[in-house]
Design a binder for this molecule. Structure first.
Ligand code: ZN
Length: 66
């Protein structure tokens, strides 16, 4: 009996275009960032590391594909 290898799709990581809800500044945030990302303009927290997919606090405008 052979065990079949089932490919588990990894959660896709992506670069996200996030807009600060406070001042409207846009930033590029890695979806699995390992550091907290703050708005360059006003310092508002945009993304918080969570060990996996980051918690995004700004408005996600879209993903930048590859
Ligand atoms: Zn801001």
């Amino acid at each position: 009996m052979k065990k079949e290898n089932i490919m588990v799709p990894k959660p896709r990581s992506a670069f996200l275009s996030v807009q600060c809800e406070k001042c409207g500044e846009k930033a590029i945030v890695f979806s699995h960032t390992t550091t907290n990302i703050n708005c360059k303009s006003c310092g508002e927290l945009l993304a918080e590391r969570s060990g996996g997919l980051a918690n995004i606090y700004g408005k996600v405008l879209g993903a930048l594909d590859e």
